[in-house]
Design a protein around this ligand. Structure first.
Ligand SMILES: [Zn+2]
Length: 377
């Protein structure tokens, strides 16, 4: 009969990984029965010859030591039933060291709990840092979001947002916006996005950009503009919100730790679900002041690179904020302050002087087509 090994024996002349053997307990000691072909010899060891300690990585093994002839031997018991049986059978002179072993185990367990407690504390600390706005952690997490995730997220929100709107498919306004987009995106180095810009028929004076490169311009905004350059200014600002991943930064900041965890473990659906659950509306998402400044500055540089007169952007914002501030939705997400105008003008002054190249469309014709499509408004 072959007995299943329930212990490992270590010592001189034995394999480094230990020699498996079977241990049987009796009233005065234990019997060590090696399997066939083992370098171990079968022997009986009296309790009085043994010393006991706790061992193993979790300190949940019993380690028995004795001298077999002249050879020191160590036996590792891992089977909990065998350990319990050993403790019951062992004589009082071994109990002390057994109790010390048990105490060792308790202390080790306590240390483990403390370690896990510290790890949990660190996670909570990380969460708090995010809540208190450590942009470093937000940046770190956002940099780990793959472009494909961003596109899926943006596309879902985009289709949802436009489901009740009239999206213009053709005509002078669509042609003009496509030309502006082409001129601008041609000048973006290493552009990972495939920008999709839609013209939506609506009196709303607004434009917005979603993660992944989905941009919406309302005809209401185009009607207020006195030139294609003014619309291109807003468009350039919006494209730069996408390029700087401002929407994602905002999203991760608002969703907090749960978003970071989803990103780190690669749970794309979790991230999108989280955003939906919290009713996070990316369309009306308000960017931070720093993000607006960044989009302004990089936006005006992109206009200059694309040879589109960059002062149109400033003029448009200033005129709208003076004339119809209350009715311009764009200003609910993009408040126009004197400081913002000054910052834009300073950036414009610092840009290399480039002669602008006009668009191929006639802005008057574009506006007439919009008036025809939406008469009386
Ligand atoms: Zn903006």
């Amino acid at each position: 009969m072959t007995l299943t090994p329930n212990a490992l024996c270590f010592g001189d002349g034995l394999p480094g990984a230990g020699a498996p053997c079977h241990v049987v307990l009796s009233a005065d000691g234990l019997r060590l029965i090696p399997p066939e072909g083992s370098p171990l010899v079968e022997e009986s060891i009296a309790f009085s010859a043994l010393s006991v300690a706790a061992g193993g990585l979790d300190h949940d093994h019993l380690v028995l030591s004795w001298t077999s002839g002249t050879l020191p031997r160590t036996l590792y018991l891992k089977d909990p039933a065998l350990i319990v049986a050993f403790r019951r059978t062992a004589p009082p002179e071994l109990t002390d060291s057994l109790e010390r072993a048990a105490e060792h185990v308790r202390r080790a367990r306590h240390n483990h709990r403390w370690l896990w407690g510290s790890a949990a504390g660190m996670v909570v600390g990380l969460g708090l840092l995010i809540w208190f706005g450590s942009d470093l952690i937000v940046d770190w997490a956002v940099a780990r979001i793959p472009i494909e995730w961003e596109q899926k997220l943006g596309e879902a929100v985009y289709q949802d947002a436009l489901s009740k709107d009239t999206v213009l498919k053709e005509g002078a306004a669509v042609g003009a916006v496509l030309e502006m987009t082409q001129r601008l995106t041609d000048k973006i180095p290493h552009n990972p996005y495939k920008f999709q810009v839609s013209v939506v028929q609506s009196p709303v004076v607004n434009a917005f950009a979603l993660p992944g490169g989905y941009v919406v311009v309302y005809t209401g905004l185009m009607k207020k503009a006195e030139s294609g350059e003014e619309v291109a200014g807003v468009l350039s600002h919006e494209l730069n919100h996408v390029l700087q991943r401002h929407g994602l930064e905002r999203m991760v900041k608002m969703l907090g730790l749960a978003a970071v965890v989803s990103i780190v473990v690669g749970d794309q659906q979790g991230l999108i679900g989280l955003a939906k659950e919290l009713g996070l509306n990316l369309v009306t998402l308000k960017f931070g002041r720093e993000q607006e400044t960044e989009a302004d500055v990089t936006g005006i540089r992109l206009l200059s690179d694309a040879r589109i007169a960059p002062d149109g952007m400033i003029g448009f914002f200033e005129r709208l904020s003076e004339k119809d501030k209350a009715r311009v939705e764009l200003f609910s997400t993009h408040p126009m302050s004197a400081a913002r105008a000054d910052r834009l003008k300073a950036e414009l002054a610092a840009l290399p002087k480039r002669s602008p190249e006009p668009f191929t469309f006639d802005w008057k014709t574009v506006q007439e087509s919009l008036a025809k499509a939406e008469p009386g408004k």
